[in-house]
Design a protein around this ligand. Sequence first.
Ligand code: IPM
Ligand code: MN
Length: 360
Amino acid sequence: MNDNNNLKLAVIGGDGTGPEVTAEAIKVLKAIAKIEGFTYELTDFKFGGEHYLKTGETLPEGAVAELEKHDAIFLGAVGHPDVPPGVLEKGLLLELRFQMDQYVNLRPVKLYPGVETPLKDKTPEDIDFVVVRENTEDMYAGIGGFLKKGTPDEVATQTAVYTRKGCERVIRWAFDYTQKRNNPKGKRLTLVAKTNVLTYGHDLWDRTFQEVAKDYPDVEADYNHVDACCMWMVKNPEYYDVIVTTNMFGDIITDLGGIIQGGMGVAAGGNINPDPGGTSMFEPMGGSAPKYTGQNVINPIAAISAMAMLLQHTGQPAAGDKVFAAVQQVTGTKMESQSAGRMGHSTTEVGDLVVAALQG
Ligand code: IPM
Ligand code: MN
């Protein structure tokens, strides 16, 4: 947390369109800082595909310690067409999440005014929930291996790891979050898992969930199997308030969430370490979109929303709320579409429109 009203921000613009959308998020930060009367310092970190191709390293020695000197991290996008799949994902993004123990992946699914959803007859009133995804365990832990690799007898394992500590801390955080969110339609936390098949790992999750629920009598402790959840997210998204789920299922259902809220141009998320002194990282959910790089056509709304989340979680909640309000004014009244190249404006113009909305 920034105690002296000076926000120290680490910025990883990253690859492809990452730096372009990051520039718009920073443009908005500059405007809101002036309005709200706080200052900030930015430190650029040149990590990503280009850096990897030049140096062979994904996350340089000592990088995490440097990043942790900041109040928060803003990440544009990583992913490069010349880097094989998995290298940057595991070596950079997941490594950052794990090393900084950002155990909450917070992904709001909110349909902003004026944004088109593929769901027939659903409105911003219907699509407004939050997914809390566990962010450090599960099949993402990287435990597994090959036996007789490349032979007809090959065996591969990829183990899902769940710990009591790992699920309890994120479940507790999700209950707290549901309480604070205070949905006027009723506070409901839905555990999404697969207890009918994953009878060890998700039994641990379920037992932990039921135990923690006792400390939150005002929150309805609800359960959905993940397959049914996918169905309900499409048919009745208005059912959900807050979902808490495992890393792998959370990855999948948040892409579904992303598309029902209007696509990767608008979906933002936070990788949060809520512990005192923890460093959190905020990012638009879309990738580096190499084919749009340098064309000034990519949608910066997700990146600007990620900046708003960063502000909300880094000691400037009023600033974050104002940025969200400005974003919704722009999507509601100024943009033709949320797809790259079809917004009716360029990337930089959308950033300018959000700044203009802030300045009222
Ligand atoms: C996400 C992404 C990552 C994930 C990839 C890029 C490793 O899909 O943030 O959801 O699987 O978590
Ligand atoms: Mn994903």
